[in-house]
Design a protein around this ligand. Structure first.
Ligand code: GLU
Length: 446
């Protein structure tokens, strides 16, 4: 069935890898089912929502390869929310309450002291019109609670399986604050109904909201979408992710030069039964992914694992796939250069360093040649084959040097590597030597 899904971020900060996980899972379900992905900004909180964050989220999603079929924002839909809220008031399902935060707090403390769950006691339902008028004369503004049906709400969750929540242990939720603004609960349901959402996929921090929202769906639409609540990611030290964790933001990963696909694979596959692995493209990720592979427990992940995955993806990339980006980075190397160095970089930006080593000479922090090797270098230089060079030149040359000096293995290769690249590790020299060419090689041996 073609699923209509939505990703509904609040534009109150940059999105991080955990938010990307929600967005991507929604996207994969849409792609796999031939459905539709709605990007919906939950921006009813005017104080904290910012256009620049909304723009940033659009850029991040685009970079990941998510192309929304439709973009909506809640701030443009207030009239619909007001209309439905009025309907709920008329039905007696939305009722005004006047308790201050302090009063509610004291109520909860008393309940706990008596060993009762801290569920709202519905005292406001018994207020007379005179009492309400008196509160308003004092300057109190009502907040509005949804009168829950005290039933058991059950659903089959796409990730978590059979779920049920006893609504008599849930407080009637506040849907409208004292200042008249909406909490996310009601607008979200109204949007999901109006936009024809068939599956709500989000983090499992929303499981309790689901009972309330299912009651709202039943009341307002007479039917309920499917739900799937994926597990949340925590940092390597077990902390929840927050928008304040700058290093985990998509923006910083993009700026650090990670491959979008590596980030996408990482965000989706961590916390599932599949191992993190390089994949060809988003379609391959969609083929591999299924909601029932998502774990029900929070998953720790380590940003340090992204580098190796990124490297493995790059190692399989053809020159054609990267040439435009290399050019933009002012890396002038051709296909032979790319094939020689791709196994030695973690991020595409690292190619520049190898290109500089070819073009500009040894890096500032080059490993230095040992004085003890002076005779060895002189011999190696005298045996350097004449051009033209190809991938067999290295073998011919080092065989000759070995014969003349009696050196072999590391003692033979390492001083040559150090002289030619300034590094103790790097590309295969058989491939690198023809890129460097005769003259540069000669100079570096001197
Ligand atoms: N704005 C909510 C959030 O970011 C959306 C939750 C939902 O998908 O229903 O958590």
């Amino acid at each position: 069935m073609a699923e209509i899904v939505r990703f509904a971020p609040s534009p109150t900060g940059n999105i991080h890898i955990g938010n990307a996980r929600t967005a991507l899972i929604n996207w994969l379900v849409a792609v796999k089912s031939g459905g539709e992905f709605i990007l919906r900004y939950d921006d009813t909180d005017a104080e904290r929502s910012r256009q620049e964050y909304a723009d940033g989220i659009a850029v991040d999603l685009d970079w990941l390869g998510i192309k929304p079929h439709r973009v909506e924002k809640q701030s443009a839909r207030m009239a619909s929310y007001d209309e439905v809220a009025q309907k709920l008031k008329d039905m007696g399902r939305l009722y005004p309450c006047y308790e201050t935060a302090d009063e509610l707090d004291r109520k909860r403390k008393r309940q706990r002291a008596r060993g009762l769950p801290p569920v709202y006691d519905r005292a406001a339902l018994n207020l007379t019109d005179e009492q309400k008028t008196a509160f308003e004369a004092e300057g109190r503004k009502p907040h509005w609670r949804f009168l829950l049906d005290q039933e058991t709400v059950s659903w089959v969750d796409g990730v978590r399986g059979e779920q049920s929540i006893e609504c008599d242990s849930v407080s009637d939720p506040v849907l409208i604050r004292g200042d008249g603004t909406y909490l996310y609960t009601l607008p979200s349901v109204i949007d999901d109904i109006d936009m024809g959402v068939t599956m709500v996929i989000r983090g499992d921090d929303h499981v309790t909201n689901t009972a309330v929202q299912i009651q709202l769906f039943q009341l307002l639409a007479g039917k309920v979408p499917n739900f799937a609540h994926h597990n949340l990611l925590t940092s390597a030290t077990g902390e929840g992710l927050s928008k304040r964790l700058g290093s985990l933001s998509l923006q910083s990963m993009r700026q650090d030069g990670y491959e979008a696909l590596a980030v996408a694979i990482f965000a989706v596959i961590i916390g599932t039964s599949e191992p993190v692995q390089p994949l060809a493209d988003m379609q391959a990720l969609a083929d591999l992914f299924a909601l029932d592979k998502v774990s029900r427990n929070a998953s720790k992940f380590d940003m340090a694992d992204l580098g190796p995955l990124n490297a493995r993806l790059l190692h399989e990339k053809s020159f054609d796939e990267v040439s435009t980006r290399l050019e933009a980075d002012k890396v002038g190397g051709d296909e032979a250069f790319w094939l020689a160095i791709r196994g030695n970089i973690e991020k595409l930006g690292d190619a520049k360093e190898w290109w500089n080593i070819v073009e500009q000479g040894l890096p500032a922090d080059a490993v230095s040649k040992s004085d003890d090797d002076a005779d060895f270098y002189a011999t190696a230089k005298s045996l350097l084959p004449a051009e033209p060079w190809d991938n067999t030149t290295w073998k011919v040359w080092t065989t000759a040097v070995k014969g003349e000096t009696g050196r072999k293995g590391k003692g033979l290769f390492m001083p040559l590597r150090v002289a030619l690249t300034g590094r103790g590790h790097g590309p295969e020299l058989a491939a690198f030597l023809p890129i460097l060419g005769y003259q540069r090689t000669l100079d570096r041996l001197s």
